[in-house]
Design a protein around this ligand. Structure first.
Ligand code: PGA
Length: 258
């Protein structure tokens, strides 16, 4: 099922564990200057947690939005090293990424935990970018559809407010590898996710939930990916650390969805 409606694209930068204060300010300032006149794309930056407050200041008064890369499900307490939904909101951030494959693979976050995190964040007033994606072994074994179904079904349900939800399809084999899914490969999974969103939320709400593609999105492949009907934006890793590359991807979204 393809989405006939064109949604306003969202280009999100996942800074991962990169940048310290000075270089983060430089990057934010350059992004801010470069997208001053772009109104038809939503722009989000997700710096590491310690940079949320200063980056909120750096983008204040601009259209750039701020997000965290992770958030804990508990309101407060003895959770060394974690950050709560309220703390994220306290910085001025409006978004949080949950279930990134690095959290799943390197930090052992499984669906039961992710389910709690998505619910805590969405009901606590954050916009959630929930990531799904298959490994290379899954894809080579013909398991992509099954894995995506499972990752979605184990976490997403109607009680999560649709207007707080964004899905990101990030094939694990394409993250940080320079290997991108072809637009057709990505669209196939996005169409699957669109059907699942419609089944969960009904057509009018399910069609409005953005589905981002992530995995080696670069200035030279962004437009072709974003031209696909159900690719409503991008979650960008490596290329978001260089302002000119991130801005090129933002401009590609303008062109692709014009
Ligand atoms: P990448 O990362 O663009 O460096 O592949 C994407 C992501 O992990 O969100």
């Amino acid at each position: 099922m393809e989405n006939a409606a064109i949604l306003k694209p969202l280009i999100a930068g996942n800074w991962k564990m990169n940048k310290t204060l000075a270089s983060a300010r430089e990057l934010a300032d350059a992004i801010r200057a470069g997208c001053e006149n772009i109104t038809n794309v939503d722009v989000l930056i997700c710096p590491p947690a310690q940079l949320l407050f200063p980056m909120a200041k750096a983008i204040a008064g601009s259209r750039i939005m701020l997000g965290a890369q992770n958030g804990h499900e508990a309101a407060s307490g003895a959770y060394t090293g974690e950050i709560s939904v309220e703390m994220i909101k306290d910085t001025g951030a409006t978004h949080v990424i949950i279930g990134h494959s690095e959290r799943r693979q390197l930090f052992g976050e499984m669906s039961d935990r992710l389910s709690k995190k998505v619910r805590a964040a969405a009901t606590g007033g954050l916009n959630v970018i929930f990531c799904v994606g298959e490994t290379l072994a899954d894809r080579d074994g013909g398991q992509t559809t099954k894995v995506i179904d499972q990752q979605f079904d184990e976490v997403i349900a109607k009680e999560i407010p649709a207007d707080r939800l964004t899905i990101a399809y990030e094939p694990v084999w394409a993250i940080g590898t320079g290997r991108t899914a072809t637009p057709a490969q990505a669209q196939e999974v996005h169409a699957q996710l669109r059907s699942k969103l419609i089944k969960t939320y009904g057509a009018s709400e399910g069609d409005k939930i953005r589905i981002l593609y992530g995995g080696s999105v670069k200035p030279d492949n962004a437009e072709a990916l974003l031209r696909e009907a159900d690719i409503d934006g991008a979650l960008v890793g490596g290329a978001c650390l260089v302002a000119s590359d991130f801005l090129s991807i933002i401009r590609a979204a303008v062109t692709a969805k014009a």
